[in-house]
Design a protein around this ligand. Sequence first.
Ligand SMILES: [Zn+2]
Length: 389
Amino acid sequence: MRATAAARPWPHPRRRRCTRPHLPLRRWRPPSHPSPPSEEPDVRSQAIRWIGGSLLAAVLAGCAAPPANTPQEKTRSIAAGTTPPATGEVLGRSDRFVIYKPEPEDTLRSIAARFLGGEDRYWVIGDFNNISRVETGQPVVVPLKATNPMGVYADRIQTVPILCYHRFGNGGGKMVVSPANFERQLDWLARNDYHVIRLADLAAYLKGEQPLPRRSVVITIDDGYESVYRHALPVLRKHGFPATVFVYTDFIGAGEALSWAQLQELAASGLVDVQAHSKSHRNLIERAAGETDAQYAQGLEAEARAPRELIERRLPVRVRHYAYPFGDANDQVLEALNRQQYQLAVTVNPGGNAFFAQPLMLRRTMIFGDHDLEAFKARLQISRAVGGP
Ligand SMILES: [Zn+2]
């Protein structure tokens, strides 16, 4: 145990925030209106041509009709959502794609319910066809298997922004976002068809195993202030948006901090994932005065292990994600996290995360109290140019 860290009162004025705004940050600024993917229409037309050819061959070979939806598929689709599955005509089908002609009552959700096992996967069809709704009689391609799970195109790469909040309330400076602004921001995400995904979803994406909606965004909230429970949870509930709350465990139960009972309620909401933000919130790359190599290494081990063990003991969660205090890490910190089985860790280097992002050095973008809606929108970096900085 390091005496200096343990003895430090909290919240320490210098330690209130996780950013180091004085540092030069490598920043990538995307175009404010990312261009639509030029490849997808081509892929789509190729698929139509290819399936059209297959269909023609099948008809010539004596097949009366393309394969219809199986009873098993219908059962699974209905169970997965509330939208009745689509009943329009299948123009062509293989094990990879379906070409489907929508009926007047069809929606992306009803088509997803029929072919993709659940209406929630409607974005697969929307992203592939570059549409936000279907038009009656206008065929759409339904990819049955992931065609580009990492979102890599000739001119752009998909990126996933991770937003970072701290406190919620009125007044109190840059690190405090007003409840009204937070609600405006999440309302805007919902209205504009952004998909707020869980941080855990990024792990499979980075391995190339699971595609993500083109407009994916992750919400994280650092430190563990009580205002998360009071102000953020109701807005998250309103939209059913998930979020990760990174807590440093020495803070839990302190004056302005969340209590264990509140953390249990957050975890029980099914929306909030409680994960680790160190034990003491010390800067992990700075040594205390007189700290030896051995003491430093032991301290890092404790900052990685203690919050995981304590949170897992008190809450029904697995702790595999870590937010570095002040966003700082070095090789020794990464080794300590690896030993403690952490899978993802976040910095405060701004920008979206592409397929090549390092899982333990993910970029994250601060949302400050003085950001208006335009500033918020400018921070949603869902793509970057190939070869861009
Ligand atoms: Zn922090």
